[in-house]
Design a binder for this molecule. Structure first.
Ligand SMILES: Cc1cc2nc3c(=O)[nH]c(=O)nc-3n(C[C@H](O)[C@H](O)[C@H](O)COP(=O)(O)O)c2cc1C
Length: 375
C-alpha cells in the first residue's frame, strides 16, 4: 500500500512532508473584529502535528462578503498581527500554513455587513444580493490580492483560493447564478473569467513580493444541483484552465470521497477518479470526504486518485490523527464525538453547540443517527 507519509515536492520546489492535510474548517470562534481569539488558538494549536499542510478556516477578504459569525478576516492592516500569530501556531507544529481566502457572495449575512449590500455575479432575489458593477468586479478581485499581500507579510506558506461550496467565486463560474451579459458572464469562457482573474492577481502579488516559494492552491466543487448548475463538463473546462495557471495544487470539495458523478461525465465513475484523470498529473490533487477511520483514509489514498488526503471531521474528533496514522495505531482513531467530553476536543463553543445538536455536515455524535451530507 502506498505510503501516506512520503513527502511531495510541489512544482515550486516546496517539499510537503507527507500527504495529510487539515481540511479548511470554519470554527465560528474569531473575535468580532476578525482577529484570533483564545478559543480559536486552542482549536488550531494541537491539530497540525504530523500534518503536511493545514488549511485555515475560510478567511474573509472583503467586508461585504462575511458569511459566518466570528469569521477570521484578512482585510485590514490591523489584522496582520493576528494573521502572523495564526501562521506561527500552525508552523510551530511543523505543518505548512495555508490561508483560505474567501468571499461569501449571496451567502453573506446581511446583519454582519455594517450596512453594505450583498453582492454577487448577478442579482439574486432570495438573498437580496445585487449584481456587481464592472468596477465592483475589479474591486472584488483586488480584495483577494490584498488578502494575499497580508498573508505573505504575515508569513503564511501559501493561500488557497476558495472557489468551492457555492461562494462568490463559484457564483461567477456557475450558470445557475451568473446571468451576466457582459464579459464576466454568459459563455463558459466568460464565466471562467472571474476565477481565472483572481488566480492571476494572486499570482501577481506573489511575483511582486518575489516569493516563488509561496504556495497558491485552488479549491472547487465539481457539481451543483439545479437545472443550470455546474456539471462535470463545466468542471473539466475549469480544470483545463487551472492547469495552465501557476498554481501548486488543486483541492476538490466533496462530502464523500466515493461519490459518483451526477451528470456531464461517466456516472458510473467517482468524481475523484474523473477529476484526477482530467488533471492527468499536471498538478497534485487534494481529495476529501467522509474519511473517518484509518481504514477509509488508507483505502482512499490507495486509489491513487489523490496526491493528498484532507481530513476535516476526523481531525475535529481526533486532534492527533496524523500521529495515530503514522504509528499505525488505527484502532485508537475514534469516529464519533462523545457529547459528554466537551473539554477533550477543544472545539470552540459555537461550533461545539452545532456539533451536539447534530448535522449531516458535522461529525457523527455518539448515540445519534447520522448520515453524511449528500450533494
Ligand atoms: C465544521 C466545518 C467547517 C467547514 N468549513 C469550511 C471552510 O471554511 N472552507 C471550506 O472550504 N470547507 C469547509 N468545510 C468543509 C471541509 O473542508 C471538508 O471538505 C468536509 O468537511 C468534508 O471532509 P470531512 O468528511 O473529512 O470532514 C467545513 C467542514 C466542517 C465540518
Amino acid at each position: 500500500m502506498s505510503d501516506l507519509f512520503q513527502s511531495y515536492t510541489l512544482n515550486n520546489g516546496i517539499v510537503i512532508k507527507n500527504r495529510l492535510v487539515v481540511a479548511p474548517m470554519t470554527h465560528s470562534a474569531s473575535n468580532p473584529d476578525g482577529t484570533i481569539s483564545g478559543q480559536e488558538r486552542h482549536f488550531i494549536a494541537n491539530r497540525a502535528q504530523n500534518m503536511g499542510m493545514f488549511i485555515t478556516a475560510a478567511t474573509l477578504v472583503c467586508a461585504n462578503g462575511k458569511a459566518f459569525h466570528r469569521q477570521p478576516e484578512a482585510i485590514q492592516e490591523s489584522q496582520l498581527d493576528s494573521l502572523r500569530e495564526t501562521a506561527q501556531i500552525l508552523q510551530k507544529q511543523g505543518a505548512k500554513a495555508i490561508l483560505q481566502i474567501h468571499h461569501g457572495g449571496i451567502h453573506a449575512i446581511a446583519d454582519l455587513l455594517g450596512g453594505r449590500h450583498l453582492i454577487s455575479a448577478s442579482d439574486h432575489a432570495p438573498s437580496g444580493a445585487k449584481a456587481a458593477t464592472a468596477d465592483e468586479v475589479r474591486e472584488l478581485i483586488q480584495a483577494f490580492a490584498h488578502a494575499t499581500d497580508l498573508a505573505i507579510r504575515a508569513g503564511f506558506d501559501g493561500v488557497e483560493i476558495h472557489g468551492a461550496n457555492g461562494y462568490l467565486i463559484q457564483q461567477f463560474f456557475s450558470g445557475e447564478f451568473n446571468r451576466r451579459t457582459d464579459e464576466w458572464g454568459g459563455s463558459l469562457a466568460n464565466r471562467l473569467r472571474f476565477p481565472l482573474a483572481v488566480i492571476d492577481t494572486v499570482h501577481a502579488v506573489r511575483e511582486r513580493h518575489q516569493k516563488p516559494e509561496f504556495i497558491i492552491g485552488y479549491r472547487f466543487s465539481p457539481e451543483e444541483p439545479g437545472e443550470n448548475g455546474l456539471t462535470m463538463t463545466d468542471t473539466f473546462a475549469l480544470i483545463d484552465e487551472l492547469v495552465k495557471k501557476p498554481l501548486q495544487y488543486l483541492h476538490i470539495s466533496l462530502w464523500d470521497f466515493d461519490k459518483k458523478a451526477r451528470r456531464g461525465a461517466d456516472t458510473s465513475l467517482t468524481r475523484m477518479q474523473l477529476v484526477h484523470e482530467r488533471i492527468n498529473g499536471r498538478l497534485p490533487l487534494i481529495g476529501v470526504g467522509n474519511l473517518l477511520s484509518g481504514k477509509r483514509i488508507r483505502e482512499a489514498y490507495a486509489t491513487g486518485w489523490a496526491e493528498f488526503i484532507a481530513l476535516g471531521k476526523a481531525v475535529m474528533i481526533n486532534p492527533n490523527i496524523a500521529q495515530l496514522l503514522q504509528e499505525q495505531r488505527d484502532n485508537e482513531i475514534v469516529t464519533e464525538l462523545d457529547p459528554e467530553q466537551a473539554d477533550h476536543y477543544g472545539i470552540p463553543d459555537i461550533l461545539w453547540g452545532y456539533c451536539v445538536q447534530g448535522g449531516d455536515w458535522l461529525p457523527p455524535v455518539k448515540g445519534k443517527n447520522w448520515q453524511p451530507m449528500d450533494i
